[in-house]
Design a protein around this ligand. Structure first.
Ligand code: HEM
Length: 641
């Protein structure tokens, strides 16, 4: 009895203490928000807390059932994916392009102002990255993504030179090869296409993994339908490691399996170390534990063989893959140099390049394919543009130096840019202010103060801010009901030659070696967005080092696929092939069936996207069909269906 009373009193005291601490936290944060001059929204929830992120899908539907008088902007913002779902709406409601979300436990700033974004991305020391978010990316060693300040400069100087034109050439060549393999896979066993591909995302992920494996590490992964083929015709060169579905001696998993299992389940490495994962009763834990060890072993073996190549000045693949360039740049092989790097730095960066380089690009290809299937008239425009660029030039003769600039200036780039605008893989690019170091920013001629200890999101809503994304010149059809012009996928906006008058000047880097990829976000011949208003690759110092890599990969893939094929939405859920055949081409009946597939794809793209590291369609898929050009079942000769 006495123990019960003591325990209850202790619990009561604890709850009182927590209650007071929460109340004081809220009061303090509201006072900070008031001082900032920015509009703010009060919420009881710490929206980026791990526990909330893991369980929000349970709570949100319940909270939405609360009486309407409890609803408000706080409830919209409680969904960590709101920036994708409602875009610019909250900024519009608050009448400002930046605001604070205030909870008893945190201060979050959301920014959709190009002007403020540019200040944040160029003031690297004032607005660092919140490193605690990136801890799990350190499994093989510290790296470019998980460091700040001096350590980050060191990693950036190590990795940046690898992303040169030599590597871009490999990316182009490999993307052309693998895009053909992807199209062959989609064309089915008969090679004639018109078979339903249930989950295209799976295949675009493979595609991106194979490119980064080869251009990053000189590992040629075989597609299932390539296994057993004579490899003489492929680009695999003398020293390339060929990875098939049979694990080599000393391995328990094949390379492909190790890599995909590791990347798909990376979040478990945050929860416990590999040794514990291996002993867990949960199968997926054991798999990822093994995958971490296996991929580490593969990387170690590749490291040793690359070391040999670099040491002996091997000519076959001189400096063309990222990993070999990393080893060379590190000076680790030169005993006279006393290199500041260790093997773990190289493996850490190798892993992060793999991680950052595949899912983002795979998503961008997947969504480009879906948007093009939903907009056959744009697909026809793209194909006409590709015909003009390549004429009858055989694909085997396509060349990075000659052909990439044509793609970067044309409709393929417009499709890529517009897809990345609406489905930016990282919907909130995280930055922060250090505790106790408030930072001032200017917006529309006024100064504001972002409090110290604020988590800042460079919000993808900036991509839907009507200030920067005006109606497309010459485009007459209005947006669908309930959507603004900026929310519509219209690649044509990039072909408009008007340039925004505002600040478009490039960043000045205090150390050119930190710049990384050559080239710009978009071609000088296309629409040039206001600086800070287009940030799929982030901007400034910590912008994506693989930007050009990704652009080359995506444009080559789009060109290979669409120069030969069309991709349509599969309508199997609404009509069989025989039924479609009986419907007159271009007739209302066929259009109706297609519109059902289009509406479902549109709904999935709006409602079924979730962000775990990157924004992906989860739990559902949009089936497609590859069909020969001229044999389309829907959207013939560019008609609007
Ligand atoms: C469409 C494709 C891609 C998109 C949209 C994209 C986007 C981004 C974004 C937004 C960031 C900043 C992340 C942050 O600040 O938290 C970033 C950083 C980075 N990306 Fe990419 N990325 C893409 C492809 C690639 C590729 C292909 C590679 C490598 C081969 C790569 C490697 C990296 C690395 C290493 C960083 C960290 C840079 C640093 O902090 O200095 N990315 N990327």
């Amino acid at each position: 009895m006495a123990i019960g009373i003591v325990l209850l009193s202790a619990l009561g005291a604890f709850l009182l203490y927590r209650g007071l601490a929460t109340y004081n936290g809220l009061r303090r944060n509201i006072a900070e928000a008031k001082k900032s001059g920015l509009p703010y929204v009060i919420t009881p929830i710490y929206v980026y807390h791990k526990l909330w992120l893991a369980t929000k899908d349970i709570w949100l539907p319940l909270l939405r059932k609360l009486p309407k008088s409890f609803h408000g902007l706080w409830l919209t913002l409680a969904d960590s994916e709101w920036a994708y779902r409602v875009g610019y709406g909250p900024f519009e409601e608050l009448g400002a392009d930046a605001f604070l979300l205030v909870s008893p436990f945190s201060l979050n700033a959301f920014v959709a102002s190009a002007e403020v974004i540019t200040q944040i991305t160029t003031r690297r020391n004032d607005f660092p990255k919140p490193l605690r978010l990136y801890k799990r990316m350190d499994i093989y060693g510290k790296n470019l993504l998980t460091t700040e300040g001096q350590a980050w400069r060191m990693h950036r100087r190590l990795t940046a030179p690898s992303f040169g034109e030599k590597n871009n050439e490999v990316v182009f060549k490999e993307s052309v090869h693998h895009a053909q393999a992807l199209a062959n896979l989609w064309a089915g066993e008969t090679g004639s296409g018109n078979a339903t591909i249930a989950d295209p995302a799976q295949d675009t992920t493979r595609f991106a993994l194979y490119i980064i494996s080869r251009a990053g590490f000189d590992v040629r992964v075989l597609w299932p339908h390539e296994e057993g083929d004579d490899l003489k015709d492929t680009n695999a060169q003398g020293n390339s490691v060929i990875a098939s579905s049979v694990p080599p001696p000393g391995h328990k998993m094949d390379y492909r399996e190790a890599l995909s299992s590791l990347l798909e389940n990376i979040m478990w490495s945050q929860v416990m170390p590999p040794a514990w994962l291996l002993k867990s009763p949960v199968k997926v834990h054991r798999e990822v534990g093994l995958a971490i060890i296996e991929w580490g072993k593969y990387m170690s073996e590749i490291f040793e063989s690359k070391k040999e190549e670099v040491a002996h000045g091997h000519k076959d693949n001189d400096g063309m893959d990222l990993f070999q360039a990393l080893i060379r740049n590190s000076g680790i092989l030169d005993p006279k140099k006393n290199s500041e790097f260790q093997k773990s730095d190289l493996l850490g960066n190798a892993f992060v390049l793999m991680l950052a380089g595949h899912e983002t690009t795979a998503n961008a290809l997947h969504y480009s394919v879906l948007f093009l299937a939903m907009n056959p008239q744009v697909q026809r425009h793209l194909q006409a543009d590709l015909d003009k660029a390549f004429g009858n030039k055989p694909i085997q003769e396509w060349d990075y130096e000659q052909d990439f600039p044509k793609l970067f200036d044309g409709m393929a780039a417009a499709v890529m840019n517009e897809t990345l605008r609406l489905t930016q893989p990282i919907i909130n690019i995280p930055k922060c202010t250090e505790p106790g170091r408030p930072m001032s920013v200017n917006m529309d001629g006024k100064e504001y103060t972002i409090p110290g200890g604020t988590h800042i999101s460079l919000c993808s809503a900036v991509h839907r801010n009507p200030k920067y994304w005006p109606p497309t010149p010459g485009y007459t059809s209005p947006p669908p009901p309930g959507r603004s012009e900026a929310e519509c996928w219209r690649p044509e906006r990039w072909l408009a030659t008007h340039t925004t008058k505002q600040n478009t000047k490039a960043d000045a880097y205090d150390d050119e070696a930190l710049r990384g990829p050559s080239g710009e976000d978009t071609s000088a011949h296309l629409f040039k967005p206001v600086k800070g208003s287009y940030i799929p690759f982030s901007d400034g110092y910590r912008s994506c080092i693989g930007r050009r890599f990704a652009q080359v990969e995506l444009l080559a893939a789009l060109a290979v696929i669409y120069s030969q094929w069309s991709i349509e939405l599969a309508v199997d859920d609404w009509a069989s092939d025989e039924e479609v055949e009986k419907m007159p081409k271009g007739g209302e009946e066929r259009k109706k069936v297609w519109r059902k597939a289009r509406d479902q794809a549109d709904r999935y793209l709006r409602e079924k996207m979730k962000s775990i590291i990157t924004l992906q369609m989860r739990g559902v898929s949009v089936p497609i069909r590859l069909v020969r050009r001229g044999e389309e079942r829907f959207g013939f000769s560019g008609e609007v269906v």
